[in-house]
Design a protein around this ligand. Structure first.
Ligand code: IFM
Length: 479
């Protein structure tokens, strides 16, 4: 038996997003989002489910926050629904929408829970989609306007603002794979959307800096996966590299290096024309906090199954799987080491080249100075969790042992990465409560708190109590 202790001030938290938990889809002046439209379209969501009511957090937020406090959870990452604030996407502000987040933040602070606010977790105002959505450059400027409004209202009490959650999913699952809103299947649109979302991050960062009432940390949260070739053949290795470029590097390179792999793909250029305009990449590189969402790895082989990129995902036999993915804890360590090596560790040559004049705003990596250590962005795990079947046992308790095992194994990998030199500053569990899992509806449960979808009654699972103990002890015992 061994105790794994985390560094002092390590940030423990839980995460959630507006559309997945709030419900109240058309209340208090909220505009329609692309997820309202998508979920109301027959055939898009499992069992025809929607987020119309979801778990009704909009009306039950006080109890939900109180439960978090009871568990001793010190930090909560939530998202703001853009169409609640700006029902038309831009222009007229909906006071009732802002008032909801005002109340939420005050309630969190009353319970001494630090709010981490995320501006965009996929619920784009439908009116902006009608004008072209993320493939349209103008959307990035509307996002900056929205960031400005939220910052002006909440930054006196919120010290961390994340611009986007998983921009790759919004761009590629929404515009190329078509499984998420808005549901298009167009690679060119996905690449344009990807670039404009990242551009909007940079524009919003400027707006946040300009408007913030206190020094605010600006972050972004990325879904990242180690990509492994299915075999050692040249074709499979190249397939894995292509997927790494189009899933990981497409977001990491612009944010941390000021380059983009889009420029490496002749086809992408052909499809998107001059999507990256002069000056865009400099704007994007504004970051104090890099959020890493980790769930699994991707094992890829060369195939025509997914056209254009010519790859297919394979699921190695003999491993453990959840309701959605392979369970692969080592991948979290591998991913953190890779991010650190490729994006945070300058070579001696880089150091010489980038040696900044004393007055410069740049860091040794050429990154704009943030609040992170030594001017580098901080790294945190902003999501990690598992969908496994669970439910009430005869005595009303939820013994979700698989989730506890999953968390223990993944948190141990974070600890291992810290020991190996990656200064990971925090870990957020996805999610606080069971909720609407996008195209899969309510079929996959990720919560530390079980929700009865008929009565909306909440019950803390064994994993919730286990995680509370990890937080209280700033660590855990492992075999
Ligand atoms: O539920 C999602 C969340 O919205 C974004 N990250 C992955 C989670 C699990 O699929």
């Amino acid at each position: 038996m061994q105790k794994l202790t985390f560094p002092k001030n390590f940030v423990w938290g839980v995460a959630a997003s507006a559309y997945q938990i709030e419900g109240a889809w058309n209340e208090d002046g909220k505009g329609q989002s692309i997820w309202d439209t998508f979920s109301h379209t027959p055939g898009k969501i499992a069992n025809g489910e929607t987020g119309d009511v979801s778990i009704d957090h909009y009306h039950r937020y006080k109890d939900d926050v109180a439960r978090m406090a009871e568990l001793g959870i010190p930090t909560y990452r939530f998202s703001v629904a853009w169409p609640r604030i700006l029902p038309e996407g831009s222009g007229k502000v909906n006071a009732k929408g802002l008032a909801f987040y005002d109340r939420l933040v005050d309630t969190l602070l009353k319970h001494k829970i630090e709010p981490y606010l995320c501006l965009f977790h996929w619920d784009l105002p439908q009116v902006l989609q009608d004008k072209g959505g993320w493939p349209e450059r103008a959307t990035a400027y509307h996002f900056a306007e929205y960031a400005h409004i939220v910052t002006a209202r909440l930054s006196d009490r919120v010290g961390v603002i994340m611009t986007h959650n998983e921009p790759w999913v919004a761009a590629f699952v929404g515009h190329f794979l078509g499984d998420h809103a808005p549901g298009s299947k167009d690679l060119g649109a996905a690449i344009k959307a990807q670039h404009h979302i990242l551009l909007s991050h940079g524009l919003a960062a400027e707006a946040i800096r300009a408007e913030a009432r206190q020094p605010v940390k600006i972050g972004i949260t990325l879904n990242l996966n180690p990509v492994h070739p299915a075999t050692d053949s040249k074709k499979d290795r190249e397939a894995a590299q292509r997927v790494d470029a189009i899933m990981n590097r497409i977001v990491l390179d612009p944010l941390l290096k000021g380059t983009s792999p889009i420029e490496e793909f002749a086809l992408a250029k052909l499809l998107t024309g001059k999507v990256i305009q002069p000056g865009d990449l400099e704007k994007i590189r504004m970051l104090d906090l890099l959020g890493v969402n980790y769930y699994s790895r991707a094992v890829m082989k060369h195939s025509s199954k997914i056209p254009v990129v010519n790859v297919e995902q394979v699921h190695p036999a003999g491993n453990e799987y959840s309701g959605m993915w392979e369970i692969y804890p080592e991948g979290l360590h591998e991913l953190l080491m890779r991010i650190w090596k490729d994006y945070f560790t300058p070579s001696p040559f880089d150091r010489l080249r980038a040696a900044p004049p004393a007055s410069s705003r740049s860091t040794p990596l050429g990154l704009p100075k943030g609040k992170g250590e030594g001017g580098m962005p901080e790294i945190m795990i902003t999501e990690n969790g598992v969908p496994v079947p669970d439910g009430l046992d005869f005595d009303g308790r939820i013994r979700d042992e698989r989730r506890i095992r999953y968390l223990q194994n993944h948190i141990a990998q974070v600890h291992r990465a810290i020991q190996d030199g990656v200064p990971v500053k925090g870990y957020f569990h996805w999610s606080l409560m069971d909720n609407f899992e996008w195209a899969l509806g309510y079929g996959q449960r990720f919560g530390l708190v079980y929700v009865d979808y008929k009565t909306l009654k909440r019950t803390v699972k064994d994993s919730g109590r286990w995680f509370a103990k990890v937080i209280a002890e700033n660590g855990m015992i492992v075999e």
